[in-house]
Design a protein around this ligand. Structure first.
Ligand code: UDP
Length: 327
């Protein structure tokens, strides 16, 4: 049994990771400041004696009593709406937060895996994106606070690896979806499904020709576990290469939900990447990993989750008040 700290544990990916490591027989210390995370995502794990929740902001010094075998740093806002609402927290968790996690891992002799992102490639000029591509990022645009924090995070992780010899892993995570995404976080999948559930039109930004490639959460979690267990310290792309345009995606959601509503077009957000598709050759070769869950299967279970939520959740206001955190 290993003792594993997961930051951002009450978030979408964090909560699935907690479940996975518990079911693999490990002890999980779940840390979250609950700015964008939701305690209800991990409430069902509380009775487990191998699970504990630590309400803490990882941008502040982290104290953990006892040994640790691994740290998984998944704390971060992860949607354009959040970056606008809490830009400074977004920068801090990817910089001060990762520094604290690295310091902790070093003090405990633990291995660390950090969640990086396809956003390190920005609005990419190379397609599909391989790990060797350096990216095309606007540091001062609305996504800059996230993109640059994650790029800094990767640099910091590599520095701890080369200077301190820390065992480090970097997962570059592409668009991932599944149960427990926040219905109101502005990301395209919960946005479309929420609109369908409320009987609203689906809002496609721009002309909908921009592409994304969506990975089901169970596949992503399997990739994370394999990467953690590997000995690769360079970044590894994890995502599903099955690419689709956003307007086609809207049609899929309309068919899935049976909504009678139509697509309406809105302005394209600034710096919205035109295309995104992971090249996962490296993960395939290194981890013997590739996604197993097709979009129709993954979308069905995700839709079932959202549909099963209490109806008031479908109507919950789009933003929490983040002001108190924007220091
Ligand atoms: N998008 C959209 N309608 C929405 C929300 C998002 O058309 O209601 C588009 C958005 O402009 C982007 C794509 O869907 O091109 C994916 O957006 P998301 O915020 O989910 O992720 P990211 O842009 O970070 O990949």
């Amino acid at each position: 049994m290993e003792r594993i700290l997961i930051t951002g544990a009450a978030g979408f990916l964090g909560s699935h990771l907690c479940e996975r490591f518990l079911s693999d027989g490990h002890e999980v210390l779940a840390m979250d400041n609950l700015i964008t995370g939701d305690i209800r995502n991990i409430e069902h794990l509380m009775p487990n004696a191998r699970f504990s929740f630590h309400h803490h902001d990882v941008s502040q010094h982290i104290h953990i009593a006892g040994d640790l075998d691994a740290v998984l740093h998944f704390a971060s806002p992860a949607s354009p709406i959040d970056y606008l609402k809490i830009p400074i927290q977004t920068l801090k968790v990817g910089s001060l937060g990762v520094h604290n996690c690295l310091g902790l891992a070093r003090a405990k002799g633990a291995r660390i895996l950090v969640a990086s992102t396809s956003e390190v490639y920005g609005d990419p000029q190379v397609h599909p994106q391989t790990e060797s591509y350096w990216g095309h990022v606007n540091p001062v645009g609305p996504r800059g606070v996230y993109d640059e924090a994650k790029r800094f995070q990767e640099a910091m992780v590599m520095a701890y690896h080369t200077y301190h010899g820390l065992e480090t892993r970097i997962a570059r995570i592409f668009n991932t979806y599944g149960p427990r995404m926040r219905l109101n976080d502005g990301r395209v999948l919960p946005a479309f499904i929420g609109q369908a559930l409320r009987g609203e039109d689906l809002t496609v930004f721009g002309d909908g020709s921009q592409t994304r490639s969506f990975c089901y959460v169970d596949d992503l979690v399997e990739g994370i576990v394999r990467l953690l267990r590997s000995d690769e310290s360079q970044p590894v792309n994890l995502g599903n290469p099955n690419e689709i345009s956003i307007s086609e995606f809207a049609e899929e959601i309309i068919a899935l939900t049976g909504t009678k509503q139509k697509v309406v077009y809105k302005d394209l957000p600034v710096d919205d990447p035109k295309q995104r598709q992971p090249d996962i050759s490296k993960a395939k070769a290194l981890l013997n990993w590739e996604p197993q869950v097709g979009r129709s299967e993954g979308l069905s279970s995700t839709y079932a989750y959202f549909k099963g939520l209490p109806k008031e959740e479908w109507y919950r206001s789009a933003h929490k008040d983040f002001k108190q955190y924007s220091k």
